[in-house]
Structures are given as structure tokens and as C-alpha cells.
Design a protein around this ligand. Structure first.
Ligand code: PEP
Ligand code: MN
Length: 264
């Protein structure tokens, strides 16, 4: 179902009245790794709503490496996202980690993210086929392109046609960058599937000073959009502080994408 030969066109995944992945316009999603407070999300939304950023991100169920690290605000965070979404009229994307979270997340968000660590959680993928909301599927930490497409296939074959693929870097031997962004995968996925493909440069490189050049390269490779972490006080982020852009840098980055997008 995901193969280009199945539907010989570009699938468009609409997450709100105005925002659609896979259309002519790039879709940029920005926001913190983790929702920390209403005030934090207000500042983010206020700044990004004035830029060419169409949607907001923020995790409330966080897949942290350590069980002792902050695990996210949960339902309280979802309430914050829902308030921001209706106030700023910006769609929100947030991660769902388990089947039991689907219903409540779907009631508060416009798009449900499957994180890298859950890309092959097949029961979760099957259940998301019935979630009634678009899915942002992130590539697994060590998933092949074939495995990535097959994970999307699980969601599609269980009834949900609205899947966006997200390349976010894969593990390799060099930890200078957090992961290795696979731009070849972006080009390949655009050719072999009809699904929109976006890139997460933040988790790919893991260092804020490397995010912008890699983001522009992703657009040059044909990505339909980007999801980028940014924060009002980047160094104070409760998670992924090292890769968070300031809101000002986020706006500059988004502005710098226009000429690249026009050239593609
Ligand atoms: C995230 O988007 O905050 C996240 C945890 O990403 P990934 O699943 O790609 O590591
Ligand atoms: Mn993160």
C-alpha cells in the first residue's frame, strides 16, 4: 500500500484545515522536545505563529533512556497542547507510546507521533490504523528502509491512509553527531513510496549548531517538511537541551529554507 506503484501519485496528509504534508508548500513543525508548562508553550506558539511554521510539537509521554529522567507531563501536558492549538489555530503533533494512550492523545492532538523506539511496536502500529488521526512515523534507530516502509504498511493496512514518514538519523559508529542523517533514504523514500517524507534534523545531529545546514540539505533532497526542536531557553530544556534552537534561530532557519525550496 505504501509503494509508489500502488497509487501513482503523491499522497497528501492533511492535519488541519490549512496544513497538509505532501502539497507544494513545505510543512515546518517546531517546538520543544518536551512540554514543560503552559507559559513555555505560549512563548513558543506566539513566536512561531508569526513565522512560516505551520505546526507545533511537544512531547508529553517521553521515551527517556533513563527511568529516573522526567517522563513527561502526561494528560496535563495534553491539556496545554489543546489550549495552545485552539488559541493559536496551529495543529499540534505529539508522541503516543502505547495503545492505552491513543484515545486521549487523539482527543487533544492533530497528529500522533510514533517515536523511533516504537517503530516496530507492531501492536501499536495496528491500533494506530484505527486511531482516526494522521500518523507521523519516525524511522527506528537502526531500521533499514525496507523495515521503515513495512512499519508504515502496518498502519496503512489496518485502515489509516494518513501516514507521514520521518527520517531522523540512524545509529552508526561515530557519536560526534547524535545519529547519522540518511539523506539517501529521503531521496529513496520519495521515489519508492507515495507518502510524504519529512526530516527531523534535531535528533539526527544532536547539536544545535549543526541543525540549520542539515535542515537545508534535507529540503534540497526533496523532503516535504521538517520537524525541529526549539525552546525559549534552549539550555534549560528538560530534555535534548544540546540540540534545541533558540526561537530566534528557529525563525532565521525557516527563512533560510525558502530559496532552497524554490530551487528544488
Ligand atoms: C522526539 O521527537 O522527541 C523523539 C523522542 O524522537 P525520536 O523518537 O526520533 O528519538
Ligand atoms: Mn527530543
Amino acid at each position: 500500500l505504501a509503494a509508489q506503484s500502488h497509487l501513482n501519485h503523491q499522497t497528501i496528509v492533511k492535519i488541519s484545515k490549512k496544513v497538509a504534508f505532501g502539497s507544494e508548500e513545505l510543512v515546518i513543525i517546531g517546538g520543544p522536545c518536551t512540554v514543560e508548562s503552559l507559559e513555555q508553550m505560549e512563548i513558543v506558539a506566539q513566536m512561531l505563529s508569526t513565522a512560516s511554521v505551520q505546526g507545533l510539537r511537544g512531547g508529553v509521554y517521553k521515551p527517556r533512556t533513563s527511568p529516573y529522567a522526567f517522563q513527561g507531563m502526561g494528560e496535563e501536558g495534553l491539556e496545554i497542547l489543546a489550549r495552545i492549538r485552539s488559541h493559536y489555530l496551529m495543529p499540534v503533533v505529539t508522541e503516543v507510546m502505547s495503545i492505552s494512550q491513543i484515545e486521549v492523545v487523539a482527543a487533544h492532538a492533530d497528529m500522533l507521533q510514533v517515536g523511533s523506539r516504537n517503530m516496530q511496536n507492531f501492536d501499536l502500529l495496528k491500533a494506530l490504523g484505527q486511531a482516526g488521526k494522521p500518523i507521523l512515523l519516525k524511522r527506528g534507530l537502526a531500521a533499514t528502509i525496507e523495515e521503515f516502509v513495512m512499519a508504515a504498511e502496518y498502519i496503512l493496512s489496518h485502515g489509516n491512509a494518513d501516514v507521514v514518514l520521518c527520517e531522523r538519523g540512524i545509529r552508526s559508529f561515530d557519536d560526534y553527531t547524535r545519529n547519522v542523517l540518511d539523506l539517501g533514504a529521503v531521496a529513496a523514500l520519495k521515489q519508492i513510496t507515495h507518502l510524504p517524507v519529512i526530516v527531523d534534523p534535531s535528533h539526527a545531529v544532536g547539536k544545535r549548531e549543526l541543525v540549520a545546514p542539515v535542515a537545508r540539505a534535507a529540503i534540497a533532497c526533496g523532503a516535504d517538511g521538517l520537524i525541529i526542536e526549539c525552546h525559549p531557553e534552549p539550555e534549560k530544556s528538560v530534555s535534548d537541551a544540546r540540540q534545541a534552537l533558540s526561537l530566534e534561530d528557529m525563525v532565521h532557519l525557516v527563512d533560510s529554507l525558502k530559496p532552497v525550496a524554490t530551487a528544488v
